[in-house]
Every structure is written in C-alpha cells, then in structure tokens.
Design a protein around this ligand. Structure first.
Ligand SMILES: NC(=O)C1=CN([C@@H]2O[C@H](COP(=O)(O)OP(=O)(O)OC[C@H]3O[C@@H](n4cnc5c(N)ncnc54)[C@H](OP(=O)(O)O)[C@@H]3O)[C@@H](O)[C@H]2O)[C@@H](O)CC1
Ligand SMILES: Nc1ncnc2c1ncn2[C@@H]1O[C@H](COP(=O)(O)OP(=O)(O)O)[C@@H](O)[C@H]1O
Length: 287
C-alpha cells in the first residue's frame, strides 16, 4: 500500500506562499493559537512563533486572563487576545484564517468542551495537536467530539506523536505506520501528520507522503509544537491542507538539521529565515 508514497522533498516547501507588492499584515494570513494555563504557555508560544516566522502576517495567542498576563511578559510580535469568563473560543477566533489548538492546552472537562466548540464553530482550517488529540482519543469514534471532527467541511490537520496516535487508533506494528495513518485519516476525515523518525502524512482521499529527513536531535520537548505552528501559519496563508503539512514537515526537518546537536525547539524557529531565504524567488531577494 505504501509503494506509491512520495518522499517529501524541497519541492513541497517551494510551493509555500510568498508576499507581493499588495501584501499587508492582515492579508498575509491571520493565525490564532490557543494557549493553556499560566504555567504552560511555552508550547503555544512556540507554535505561534513558528506560524509567524513562516509568513502569517498577524498571529494572536488567545488565553484566559491569568495566562494572558504571562504571555504579555514574553511576547513582542504576537498579539494577545484575552479570553474573559464565558467567552467561546469559536467567537474569539472569528476573523482568523486558521487556528492551532492543543499544545499544553489542558485535559479537563472544560477543555474538552472548548475543543468541541472550536471544532464545531470554527469553519476555517484547524490544526489539532497534543491535548486536543488526547481528548479526542478519550471520546472515541462514538463520541460527540469524534463525530464533530468528522463532520467538519474546512480542512482539519491532526499531528499525533506515537503515543497520541495510539490513543486515537490503538496499537499498531511499526511497519504499518503508513497504513494506520491512512486508515485514521479516513476514519476521522482529517489530514494525519503521524510524527516520528519517519513522519507520514495521509489524507482521507488516499494521498500519502513521508519524510525521514529530520535529525534525531528533533526528539526534544516543543519541536512538535513548532511543527503544529508551521502548519497553522501555512494554512492561514491559504495553502491546501496536504501541501501545508508536507511543506511544514520539510521546513521543520531542514531547520532542525541545520542546528543538529544542542537543538532545542526555539532554535528551529530561529533557523527558519535562513531556510526560507534558500527558497524565496529571486525577485523577492533584496540582499
Ligand atoms: N514548552 C512547553 O510548555 C511544552 C509543553 N508540552 C505539553 O506537555 C503536555 C504533555 O506532552 P507529551 O507529548 O508528553 O504528551 P502526553 O499526552 O503526556 O504523552 C506522552 C506519553 O506518550 C507516550 N509516547 C509513546 N510514543 C511517544 C512518542 N513518540 N513521543 C512522545 N510520547 C510518546 C509516552 O508514554 P510511555 O511510552 O513513556 O509510557 C509518553 O510518556 C502536552 O500538553 C504538550 O503539549 C510539550 O508540547 C513540550 C513543550
Ligand atoms: N528520532 C527522531 N528522529 C527525527 N525526528 C524526530 C524523532 N523523534 C521525534 N522527532 C520529531 O520531533 C517532533 C516531536 O514532536 P512531539 O513529540 O509532539 O513533541 P512536543 O509535544 O514536545 O512538541 C516531531 O516533529 C517528530 O517527528
């Protein structure tokens, strides 16, 4: 089944959107990243920074007041949108072109309600990662959340690591990673980015691609949050789901490989301009 799968190459990243003379910050893609509690803001900040670096013109972190204050101590270029008591995430995300939900978000009943609200009420491309996937795994195929994800018409991209994948689809043999990714893509009607030393990207329509490019130094806290943010940033700029996922996987791996030993997640974000500079069309180069 995996014989037709493409290896993700530089060509995937050459397809990313670039700004033009008519670009301004509001039409280059507006990305919302949902933040968890005040002691767990780092994951969302990594995702937001990655989405910003990859070209989204306006990136907001949405957080409850206690976490918003922490964010305000850290963030310079990202906007902070305070979520007051009773406000729905789907209302706050109106006007954004894409959203990332899950990194260090939280696993309570209230968080599960928030995930259901956004999955149902946000009619734009959505990246679900980390805790959003654990919550989805808890409800299972018969649950409201699973059914709501299936019913979405806008693209949904999920980015499970092996542990999160098993919560969604059960155990699998290591040599069946491509097959189980495709099966989950179909079962959930989502694009699956099944991470690891080999990352597989699968769609409900049967598209399949893989990457084994990334250095094992990627196995470090927060690198998956960066990937989720890259996908979100590309979706916000209008890239199609499968193309955005493949481009983000290549960009994350290439930036990580440039660092190698000593890599921590934020370095991938910092290395992105050099990687992007190798891809940018000649007419956009001013250096
Ligand atoms: N800066 C920050 O604030 C950061 C915050 N973060 C946030 O922390 C929260 C927890 O994140 P998490 O990734 O540890 O997820 P979690 O649901 O606890 O599952 C972990 C368990 O799954 C299993 N497992 C099996 N295979 C695996 C694999 N390939 N890769 C990883 N795990 C694998 C393994 O179980 P074991 O095999 O050890 O029994 C492992 O113990 C989450 O909210 C996240 O967003 C992070 O993003 C980092 C930066
Ligand atoms: N051994 C490895 N070789 C290459 N890449 C890896 C390896 N282990 C993990 N990665 C990559 O590192 C990232 C880790 O993501 P994840 O486990 O979600 O981390 P976090 O939740 O801490 O951000 C993924 O993009 C994954 O593909």
């Amino acid at each position: 089944m995996t014989e037709g799968a493409n290896s993700i190459s530089k060509a995937a990243a050459l397809a990313i959107p670039w700004p033009g003379p008519d670009s301004h910050k509001h039409n280059r893609g507006r990305l919302a990243v949902i933040c968890g509690g005040p002691l767990q803001t780092g994951a969302a900040r990594l995702a937001a920074a990655a989405g910003h670096r990859v070209g989204a013109g306006w990136v907001s972190l949405i957080a409850a007041p206690e976490a918003a204050v922490i964010l305000a101590c850290h963030e310079t270029e990202r906007l902070i949108l305070e979520r007051r008591a009773g406000a729905q995430l789907s209302d706050l995300c109106e006007g954004f072109d894409a959203c990332v939900l899950g990194p260090a978000f939280g696993l309570s009943e209230a968080h599960a309600g928030d995930v259901l609200d956004l999955v149902t009420g946000f009619a734009k491309p959505l990246v679900l990662d980390a805790d959003a996937l654990t919550l989805l795994g808890r409800t299972g195929p018969e649950g409201d959340l699973w059914q709501a994800v299936r019913a979405r018409t806008a693209p949904t991209i999920i980015t499970p690591h092996a542990g999160e994948f098993e919560r969604l689809a059960g155990d699998y043999a290591p040599d069946k990673k491509a097959e189980v990714s495709l099966a989950l893509a179909q079962a959930l009607n989502v694009i699956v980015v099944h991470k690891g030393a080999v990352t597989w990207v699968a769609t409900p329509e049967g598209d399949l691609a893989f990457s084994d490019l990334a250095t094992p130094f990627c196995a470090s806290a927060g690198t998956g949050d960066v990937l989720a943010g890259l996908i979100g940033g590309l979706l916000a700029q209008g890239m199609a789901g499968f193309d955005a996922a493949c481009a983000a996987v290549w960009l994350q791996a290439s930036a990580a490989n440039r660092i190698g030993p000593g890599l921590i997640a934020g370095d991938i974000v910092s290395a992105l301009p050099a990687i992007l500079n190798d891809l940018v069309p000649e007419e956009l180069k001013r250096n």
